[in-house]
Design a protein around this ligand. Structure first.
Ligand SMILES: NC(=O)c1ccc[n+]([C@@H]2O[C@H](COP(=O)([O-])OP(=O)(O)OC[C@H]3O[C@@H](n4cnc5c(N)ncnc54)[C@H](OP(=O)(O)O)[C@@H]3O)[C@@H](O)[C@H]2O)c1
Length: 334
């Protein structure tokens, strides 16, 4: 894509995140929502009419569209990889909600694509590249020496505000994949991963791949010897949601508290960090900036990281099904 003044975006999907992204693209002077692809005629029509965009029934109408520069993928997880690969083959910049993909072959293909010199811009919606809190965490971590371990735990009652589709293995992948936003920040601090072991229990798993309750465990070994482990339990009978996150480094540790991060030894500055205002809009803005100036390839490191994070969730699913450790090379090659 040569230097251009306005990015014409086709939004795929017409749910919650489609509305959020459409509002952002319309708020910027240098991007516009030109098309919407929706299978849901009611929400699709409402979104397209709101932004005077053309409505298409099939997402391929958008990936193949000559007059669009970029696609914004906001469907359920199962389609992210397939749509992105089709869009790249059609020369479109890709802005996709996480996770980057749902299946192993897609992760490897996306990784091959983004290493190509002629790859259009690819950007995922992880917030860490822009988050002030994450940047401060990185700075603190760098003073505490080599990473040794990360420990995350989340237990939630009921379904909360989550859409029904999230608790569907086929559409969303296992929790170890759809909670990719709990894995991505650790990956960013700990570096290259090399193997995954994961276990899962689902209650009332139905023929349509939906379920009511889950437990997922995930253990990741990193190339530098560090270990990460995650525990998610959802839909279980607890009075309220509980979450904890702790990092252990060679010379100290950090734990997330309700207000901030607490470091030990306490000599490391622990003053509260203010997050940037409207981080979600900044994520959309960053994509438009990348798409307007693709030649710099500034988008590449974070796209790589997002695909790595999704690959961990995909490896977790194989580990759960086959009761074995799964190497990074099995998903992403060497
Ligand atoms: N960045 C963030 O902060 C954030 C927050 C929440 C979610 N997410 C991610 O964003 C994605 C969407 O989440 P959401 O909360 O927006 O879900 P949602 O409200 O259920 O929206 C998903 C949309 O995709 C549509 N869709 C599914 N298959 C399609 C197809 N073949 N063609 C066209 N449209 C199709 C659905 O249509 P129907 O109405 O027919 O189902 C629905 O409109 C998920 O991958 C999730 O992981 C990101």
């Amino acid at each position: 894509m040569a230097c251009m003044k306005q990015i014409r975006v086709g939004i795929i999907g017409s749910g919650g995140m489609a509305g959020v992204r459409a509002e952002h693209f319309e708020a910027f002077d240098d991007s516009v929502v030109a098309a919407v692809a929706a299978r849901n005629t009611e929400t699709g029509r409402a979104l397209a009419e709101r932004y005077r965009a053309t409505l298409y029934p099939d997402w391929r109408d958008v990936t193949a569209h000559d007059q669009l520069d970029a696609v914004c993928i906001t469907t359920h997880n199962a389609l992210h990889g397939e749509i992105a690969l089709e869009a790249l083959a059609r020369g479109k910049a890709v802005f996709s909600e996480y996770p980057a993909c749902r299946r192993p072959g897609e992760a490897a293909s996306l990784m091959r694509w983004i290493e190509r010199d002629d790859c259009p811009v690819v950007t995922y919606t992880h917030r860490e590249p822009l988050s002030r809190v994450h940047a401060a965490l990185r700075a603190r971590a760098s003073r505490l020496g080599r990473p040794i371990a990360a420990h995350f735990s989340r237990v939630t009652p009921g379904r909360g505000k989550r859409p029904q589709i999230l608790f569907n293995l086929a559409q969303s992948g296992p929790p170890a994949l759809f909670f990719v936003y709990h894995v991505h920040p650790v990956l960013d601090l700990f570096g290259v991963w090399d193997r995954v072991v994961s276990t899962a229990a689902y209650s009332e798993l139905r023929d349509d791949d939906g379920y009511e309750r889950f437990i997922n465990t995930l253990s990741v070994s990193f190339g530098n010897g560090a270990l990460g482990d995650w525990y998610w339990a959802g839909g279980v009978t607890v009075p309220q949601a509980e979450e904890s996150l702790r990092f252990i480094f060679e010379n100290g540790s950090m734990k997330r508290t309700a207000q901030n991060w607490e470091s030990h030894p306490a000599s490391t500055p622990d003053e509260p960090i203010d997050e940037i205002s409207n981080l979600e809009q900044a994520v959309s803005r960053r994509f438009v900036d990348f798409a307007l100036d693709p030649a710099q390839g500034r988008w590449r490191p974070s796209a790589r990281q997002a695909i790595e994070a999704a690959a961990i969730g995909i490896a977790a699913e194989i580990s759960q099904q086959e009761h074995r450790a799964v190497e990074r090379s099995e998903i992403l090659g060497r």
